[in-house]
Design a protein around this ligand. Structure first.
Ligand SMILES: [Zn+2]
Ligand SMILES: [Zn+2]
Length: 269
């Protein structure tokens, strides 16, 4: 079996939001405490793969007691999915081998520009050797083409519109993972439906429509079309109270849809 752990189910600010006095941000329900969106996959090939390097990465990997990573997949270059890359530094303490980071060509370019000390290290440190605490040893790889760890694990990636760019969603065995998108084209929906998913993790920012994310009604429409056994709503904002949302889903008859909770794990074949 494969395993997915929800490292974070919160939108880009996390929940609670700094300085916000709303009822969800002030809630004592631990299910309303959401770190930034990320996930950890432990595959039946004994590979541990991180999905996105959120700014909360250190806390997230401490919670899962992760001591080894085989790869990192970056879905897109936004801050809430990439600004934790420096927290990957301790993985370089154990090995001299660089940890592979996979992304599409746009995100690779963006990471190279945003973090030159990591991704242009030969150039940056050519005449000024690294001293002190060191830098994360990470190598960038395009997700396509060519044989690599990601290809060997049979990931099926699709690009979805998100903001001014694109975000990658994927199918891994019986898991579907769709985050940060404003819509899902019919061709992509078909692939997800054909995969007969056991678990679908899907973007669901809030109740009202949003320019760059799925809202509840649209996410539920896609869930119905994809027809997974279980759907988990993620990238949740502070409009979404766990209990209120769960009650609403049950009232609407959505028995297999749940708000994701930080730290929860699911097995899938
Ligand atoms: Zn995001
Ligand atoms: Zn709030």
């Amino acid at each position: 079996m494969n395993k997915i752990t929800i490292l974070g189910s919160g939108t880009s600010t996390g929940v609670p939001i700094l300085g916000c006095n709303c009822s969800v941000c002030k809630s004592n329900d631990p299910r309303n405490k959401r770190l930034r969106t990320a996930a950890l996959l432990e595959t039946d090939q004994h590979k541990t793969i991180l999905i996105d390097a959120s700014p909360d990465l250190r806390a997230q990997l401490l919670r899962t007691q992760t001591t080894k990573l085989d790869a990192v997949i970056i879905t897109h270059d936004h801050a809430d999915h990439t600004h934790g890359v420096d927290d990957l530094r301790p993985f370089s303490f154990q090995t001299s081998e660089a940890l592979p980071v996979f992304a599409d060509v746009h995100a690779l370019d963006s990471l190279t520009t945003k973090f030159p000390y990591i991704f242009q290290r030969e150039k940056v440190f050519a005449e000024r050797p690294v001293i002190g605490g060191g830098i994360p040893l990470l190598d960038l790889h395009p997700i396509l083409p060519g044989p690599n760890l990601v290809a060997a694990e049979n990931f099926n990636f699709q690009a979805l519109p998100h903001g001014h760019g694109e975000s990658l969603c994927f199918i891994h065995q019986k898991l579907g993972y769709i985050i940060d998108c404003r819509e899902i084209p019919e061709t992509v929906l078909e692939r997800f439906r054909d995969a007969k998913l056991e678990i679908l993790v899907i973007d669901c920012l809030r109740y009202k429509p949003h320019q760059t994310h799925l809202h509840l009604e649209l996410a539920l429409k896609y869930i119905e079309q994809i027809a997974p056994k279980i759907a988990l709503l993620t990238h949740l904002g502070h409009e979404m109270d766990y209990l209120e949302l769960t009650n609403l889903l049950r009232k609407q008859g959505n028995r297999n849809v749940f708000p994701a909770i930080d730290g929860q794990s699911f097995l899938y074949s």
